[in-house]
Design a protein around this ligand. Structure first.
Ligand code: ATP
Ligand code: MG
Length: 248
């Protein structure tokens, strides 16, 4: 479904992505873990054409896309819904209109269908009832969920999440993780989740990739990663293992 071949991204003298190669199959949930500043957000932005790689290839659904024009990328972005690390909502629009925005832009739908899709998406992120509020009237966590709803409403084939749960309370974190899992399974969505949360990766990922300084240092299924001998992976694991030990 998605393939990166030897992807390189530089900013001036600095090489952020140092030749990344990996694939994601249809319906798979792939987690990308890594420390701050290692290039995770840059990777997702390259995938949807918000940044262009300096070298390498990106394949989506059988098409090589890295040289696409801005217009061609609009089609890709219909297919690949991205939930950004920071909510980036339109402050002057209500929650309802924020979620409806992409639907209105990409599809010609009767108002009734838009109503229905918006309500459904808000329901999925447990935000029914705040349709008429402005983003500035909501907490950060609620804004994140609105941005999640906005993407989910478009029912994309591919969902890209950039730290979907960072800054959320444990209950909402759990709900969002379950949402990612259920969306992927019920809509057969292919999902890439960028995260710091090893516990969540172990519980819902099909496969996990660990990045460090722009390179893949380890990858595998949750069961495989649990046995990793790579120091960074062990660091990520230690907290989870402690918690599990504490819970028996
Ligand atoms: N537009 C840009 N111009 C120059 N440098 C950039 C740009 N975007 C990102 N970088 C640099 O690329 C590196 C990787 O950034 P990126 O945002 O991908 O990190 P990240 O892995 O997502 O980190 P975090 O976990 O903190 O979100 C950083 O050092 C950052 O300063
Ligand atoms: Mg980031």
């Amino acid at each position: 479904m998605i393939e990166f071949k030897n992807l390189v991204k530089k900013f001036g003298e600095r090489t952020v992505l140092k030749g990344l190669s990996f694939q994601i199959s249809e319906g798979e949930i792939l987690f990308i873990l890594g420390t701050s500043g290692t290039g995770k957000s840059v990777l997702l932005k390259n995938l949807v054409g918000l940044m262009k790689p300096d070298e390498g290839e990106i394949w989506i659904d059988g098409a090589e896309v890295q040289n696409y024009t801005e217009n061609q990328y609009l089609e890709i972005r219909k297919k690949c819904g991205m939930v950004f690390q920071h909510p980036a909502l339109f402050d002057s629009l209500t929650v309802f209109e924020n979620v409806a925005f992409g639907l209105r832009k990409h599809y010609r739908l009767p108002e009734e269908a838009i109503q229905q899709k918006v309500q459904k998406a808000l329901g999925l992120v447990q935000l029914s009832g705040v349709e008429n509020k402005l983003p500035t009237q909501l907490s950060y966590g609620m804004q994140k969920r609105v941005s999640l709803a906005r993407t989910v409403a478009l029912e994309p084939k591919i969902l890209l999440f950039d730290e979907p749960t960072t800054g959320l309370d444990p209950v909402t974190t759990n709900a969002v993780n379950q949402l990612i899992l259920s969306l992927s399974r019920s809509l057969k969505t292919t999902s890439i989740v960028v995260s710091h949360d090893m516990q969540c990766a172990l519980s819902i990922a099909d496969r996990i990739i660990v990045l460090d300084q722009g390179k893949i240092v380890d990858q595998g299924t949750p069961a495989e990663l649990r046995k990793s001998t790579i120091p960074l992976v062990k660091d990520f694991l230690s907290e989870v293992l402690e918690l599990e030990a504490a819970n028996g």
